[in-house]
Design a protein around this ligand. Sequence first.
Ligand SMILES: Nc1ncnc2c1ncn2[C@@H]1O[C@H](COP(=O)(O)OP(=O)(O)O)[C@@H](O)[C@H]1O
Ligand SMILES: [Mg+2]
Length: 358
Amino acid sequence: MAGPDLTLDQARQQANLAFTASGTEFAFGDAAALPLPIAQMKALSAGSPGVETLHDGGLTAEVLCLKHAGRRWAVKRARPVCRVRNIEGQTSFLNELQRHAELAGLRLPGVIRPVYGSLRDGLVVSPWISGRHPGVLDERQARTLLETGCALIEHGFFEWDYSAGNLLDDGERIWLYDFGYCYRFDPLTQFNSAGHGCEHPRHHLAERIEGRHLFGALLDAGNDDEALPHFIRFKRLAAQAYVDLADRLARRGATPPVLGHYRGLAARWHQELAHAPGLLYLASAWQAHSSDLDDDLRGRSCTPRTLQRAQWLQATLGAQGHRLRRSGALSPDDAALDDTALLRRYHDREVEARRCQL
Ligand SMILES: Nc1ncnc2c1ncn2[C@@H]1O[C@H](COP(=O)(O)OP(=O)(O)O)[C@@H](O)[C@H]1O
Ligand SMILES: [Mg+2]
């Protein structure tokens, strides 16, 4: 049924639903490299010998930390029924296995390499990363995360979810290990994996990191004045990373729109960082908080962080509405409302977010 006018999402979902329905196994790696036989890996529970911790907050999987023969392993097991009840939820474990299988041979910096994964067994087993989830990104964390993100893009992987729970810092660098929302695209002709690849340039690596992670962490770091230097540091590094990324893509024959996309963003940020960093902060923070609030409301997955975001949006509208309009950050839909109506819209969203807390 695949046709040229399907979006990338639709084509992927159709193929993966059909694959799941066929009952075909999908596996990668070497089961002989596992610390225990597969049957024992599948039967592990929080009380089994060697199991040190259990993360079961996830929607699609639970992760056990298993210590065996002096080494620690992350044992990720699919839930029999995913808690995300939509097509992406039904196929997210398969999607994650596919990404790991494709990434395995590439050895990208900061990308975990599981030893084994299987759809039938509902398992992905990886070396345990001993580290911490990052907060406000310091220079080393930002550099290493951007390095990994750019390497993924260059190889045709678009990662959507850079939230803190999907990032670990081992003291040397940031690692990625959850590829449940990482989709393929063509980095030489497309911006990302949404639509047909070219309709949504608003979504790109730095935007994903800022939206899913950085601006959330900055809410804990203090007020906007205190957050500003952290933001400036990240944006400088992101601008440089995009210049370098564009140069590498250019050598491989990327199209002018793709090169213009990264170079244009980098040039704009360099310019604004030099002349009006506060305004760039305001616009970026607005976009990050408003789009993440929308995502949480749509996914009915609101948390205390969602409420913090809704409150920041209202406080900022009240105190800096005029600057905000001038920054160009408001969506056309928001910009069409007067100040009172716009404030009411975000107040209503906060009320709704309170109703759909996880
Ligand atoms: N290889 C690993 N090393 C250390 N911790 C891990 C590893 N893989 C997962 N975790 C921990 O388990 C949690 C959930 O894992 P994740 O892959 O993000 O699952 P989910 O799909 O449920 O979000 C992570 O936030 C992290 O704390
Ligand atoms: Mg995760």
